[in-house]
Every structure is written in structure tokens, then in C-alpha cells.
Design a protein around this ligand. Structure first.
Ligand code: ASP
Length: 440
């Protein structure tokens, strides 16, 4: 069969398999528009409740899943030379994609100038409402790069697990797994223990996904109802630049990346992870989507070893969609307030966005909090910073949904490329869309 036919079939089956989530998404947008026009508190409360049930259910499995996936991934690689090679490659690929993302964002924002003349959208009344919240965010982030890095090292791993801090959890899990791999056969009972945890959490994920359609529907409806379609028109240029940037990343950068570094057919991969992409959009959380991203990749032939190593780390560290948003948002504000953008300032914004995005957790809104790191030193007055934040908050959810979709896709793209390089991908499974049906 010709490749394009296979791709069409794969996409068709991808949609057929996930039609209920897709329908949830579309109906959610329509319900959101209706709710915006005619807010009904009972309906809103019900939708918020349903959405929260879904998010909490998936959040419930994230920590056991991340820890067990990392232990299995790293101990199955075993040999520390191979682990080093794989780890270096992963960081290299993630760095390439994030660097391109910030470059795309900066280029589009400079050429299209979405912020010029935009001060009227930056409403200082809303700003005063959230002044306190914003001021403390800015204060917490100020000149704090070293403290942020220090915070990655858990003083007490159990405390990090209890408070759900993903980066310290990952640091501990990685170190612990490398040590387990080093001690040899004696690690067997412990690794088997984590294999059981992993298998059980994936089973729970399957059950939770039965609830994906109503969950995604409710979450989308609530977010769309907060801004309606009118806000789209008012700030269409800003949203347009973002959508174009995310589109370039998804449809130009990722395909070229996979062509250069592997022979993975991008459309087959997209068809394989369609479900995870839709849930990422609905939940705006890479962490919450993580179980599904792993399941989608494994079901379509990317090995356990690569998936379990690359994707949990990517869900926290690899945030190219977030980095792109941060660059566009900060350049937007500097344009709106007439701050002169020197090449030096642009490079500073890009570098800080790479750091800020990779320090942010894969949860809704995290990227907007770490943006404070990028905004500092932009020469904006405290009032302008607060008002700027207020503007970004107004349209936070929709931009979060878009950037999370890019973040999650990028994790799968890197996993697929590494699996290809290491001969850890079963192309019969990836290229034959029918297989998915059988496995499901
Ligand atoms: N919500 C994003 C994610 O989970 C992070 C962000 O806020 O940018 O990937």
C-alpha cells in the first residue's frame, strides 16, 4: 500500500478511535460560547465539577507512574555508557526543539508586531484585582535563578512526593534508578515491584480514559465560557501570532526534525498519539496527559525502554510550546509599552524563556508563573508588569491548551526519534494503523 494511503487510513482510524474525545472537544467549544452569552451558575458548577473529577483522576496516577516509569526505563537500559548516550541525546534533541521554538516565536513577534498599539487591551482595572497575586509571583521569581536550581535537589524525597513537586521527584528517581542499575542482579525484587506499580497505574489510566470525552468536554466548555469569542477578535493578532508559531512547530519543525534525525513518518506518529494530543489540549497539563502519551507510544511500537525514559522526563523538562509563548508574550508587552527591543534584549528573552520553560511543571498555568523570570529586567515599571500579567491571565487558558498540545507532541517526537536511532521502534506497528485496533 502506498504511504499516503496508509497515512490517511492511520489518521482516519485515529479519529475513529478517538471520535468521542474529539466530539467532546468540539461540543465543549460550542457549549462554552453558549455559556459565555448566557451564564448559568448551575451548569457552570456542574461542568467545573466534571472537569475537576477528570483532572484529579489522572493526576492521581502521575506520581506513581513517573517514578515507576523512570525506574523501569533506566534499569532496563542498564549499562551506564548506554544510559549516558541516551540521556545526552535526549537533552540534545530537547534543546534543539526548544531553541527553534523560541527563535520562531521571536521572529514572528518581531515581524508581525502584535503588541504595537495594544495598550488599550491591557486593562488596568483587572490588573488591580490580581495585583497581590501578581506582585507575590514577581517577588518570588526575582533574581532567583540560583534558588530555583537549588529547589531541584530534594532535601527530603518523601516530602517532594507528598507536595507533588515534579522536578525534585524526577531528580531523585533518576539518581535512584541509576544506582539500582549499578548494583546489578540484587535490584531484581525492587524493579519487579515498580514493574507491578507501572502495570497497575496503566490499567487505571485505561479506566480513566473512559471518562475522557465528558472530562474534555467540561474542561473546554468552562475555559471557553470565560472569554467567549469576542476576546478572540479583540486580540486576534496576538493569538494569531501564537497559533501560527505553534502551527509552525507542529507542521514544519517537528516533521523536518524527524526527517533529519530519524526515518519516523510524522503523520503515522501523529495518528498514533492523536488521543494524547486531544487530552493535552483539553486538560492543559503535560503531567496529566503523561500516562496517555506513554500508552499511545507503546501501543504503536516505541519500546518500553525508550518511552519510559524519555517521556516522563520530557513532560517536565521539555516545554517548547511554553517557551514559544513566553517569548511572544514578553515581546508583545515590550511592544505595547514601547520598550526598545535591542538584539541583546531579544537574545536575553530567548535564553531566559528556555530556562523558565524547562523549570515549569507540567500543570495548567505553570508557564505563566515562570514567565516572571523572563519579564524581570525588561525595563517595565511595576505597574506595567502587573497590568501586563493581568492581560496574559485573561487569555491564559486558551493559550495554555495550545502550548500544552505542542509540549506533549514534542515529547513523543523526541521519543520516536531516539527509538529510531537506537533500533527500539517496531515499524510494523507504527506503520500499520490496523494494529492499533487489534491491540486496543
Ligand atoms: N500547561 C503546560 C503543560 O502542562 C505548562 C505551561 O503552563 O506552560 O505543559
Amino acid at each position: 500500500m502506498k504511504l499516503y494511503m496508509q497515512v490517511l487510513i492511520a489518521l482516519g482510524l485515529g479519529l475513529k478511535r478517538n471520535w468521542h474525545i474529539f466530539a467532546g472537544l468540539v461540543l465543549g467549544v460550542l457549549a462554552g460560547i453558549w455559556l459565555h452569552k448566557d451564564p448559568n451558575p448551575i451548569v457552570m458548577t456542574t461542568f467545573t465539577f466534571i472537569g475537576q473529577v477528570f483532572i484529579r483522576l489522572i493526576q492521581m496516577v502521575v506520581i506513581p507512574l513517573v517514578i515507576s516509569a523512570i525506574v523501569i526505563g533506566i534499569t532496563s537500559i542498564g549499562d551506564s555508557k548506554q544510559l549516558g548516550k541516551l540521556g545526552t541525546k535526549m537533552i540534545f534533541y530537547y534543546a534543539i526543539l526548544t531553541t527553534i521554538a523560541v527563535a520562531v516565536g521571536a521572529f514572528l513577534a518581531i515581524v508581525m508586531q502584535p503588541g504595537v498599539g495594544a495598550t488599550s487591551f491591557i486593562n488596568s482595572e483587572i490588573a488591580s484585582d490580581i495585583q497581590l497575586q501578581v506582585a507575590s509571583t514577581i517577588e518570588a521569581q526575582k533574581g532567583n535563578l540560583l534558588n530555583i536550581i537549588l529547589g531541584f535537589i530534594p532535601k527530603n524525597p518523601i516530602e517532594s512526593i507528598v507536595s507533588g513537586e515534579m522536578v525534585p521527584i524526577i531528580v531523585f528517581a533518576v539518581l535512584f534508578s541509576v544506582a539500582l542499575a549499578k548494583v546489578g542482579e540484587i535490584n531484581r525484587p525492587f524493579v519487579s515491584f515498580f514493574e507491578s506499580i507501572f502495570a497497575a497505574t496503566m490499567k487505571i489510566t485505561d479506566w480513566i480514559m473512559c471518562f475522557a470525552a465528558p472530562g474534555v468536554f467540561a474542561l473546554t466548555a468552562v475555559s471557553v465560557s470565560a472569554f467567549g469569542v469576542d476576546i478572540f477578535l479583540t486580540i486576534s493578532k496576538y493569538l494569531g501570532v501564537l497559533a501560527l508559531g505553534f502551527g509552525i512547530q507542529l507542521f514544519v519543525v517537528f516533521p523536518i526534525f524527524l526527517k533529519v534525525f530519524s526515518k519516523v513518518p510524522i503523520w503515522m506518529l501523529y495518528a498514533a498519539i492523536a488521543e494524547a494530543m486531544m487530552v493535552a489540549f483539553g486538560t492543559a497539563s503535560s503531567s496529566a496527559t503523561l500516562p496517555l502519551t506513554i500508552a499511545c507510544c507503546e501501543k504503536r511500537g516505541i519500546s518500553h525502554k525508550v518511552t519510559n525514559f524519555v517521556i516522563p522526563l520530557g513532560a517536565t523538562l521539555n516545554m517548547d510550546g511554553t517557551a514559544l509563548l513566553q517569548v511572544v508574550a514578553v515581546i508583545f508587552l515590550t511592544q505595547a509599552y514601547g520598550v526598545a527591543l535591542t538584539p541583546f534584549l531579544i537574545i536575553q528573552i530567548c535564553l531566559l524563556a528556555i530556562i523558565a520553560s524547562s523549570t515549569c511543571a507540567g500543570i495548567p498555568g505553570a508557564g505563566l508563573i515562570t514567565i516572571a523570570l523572563v519579564l524581570n529586567g525588561m525595563g517595565l515599571s511595576p505597574e506595567q508588569l502587573v497590568a501586563g500579567f493581568a492581560f496574559l491571565f485573561t487569555i491564559e487558558r486558551i493559550t495554555d491548551m495550545m502550548r500544552t498540545l505542542v509540549n506533549v507532541t514534542s515529547d513523543a517526537v523526541v521519543a520516536a526519534a531516539i527509538a529510531d536511532n537506537e533500533n527500539e521502534i517496531n515499524y510494523d506497528l507504527l506503520n500499520n494503523p490496523e494494529f492499533n485496533e487489534v491491540i486496543n
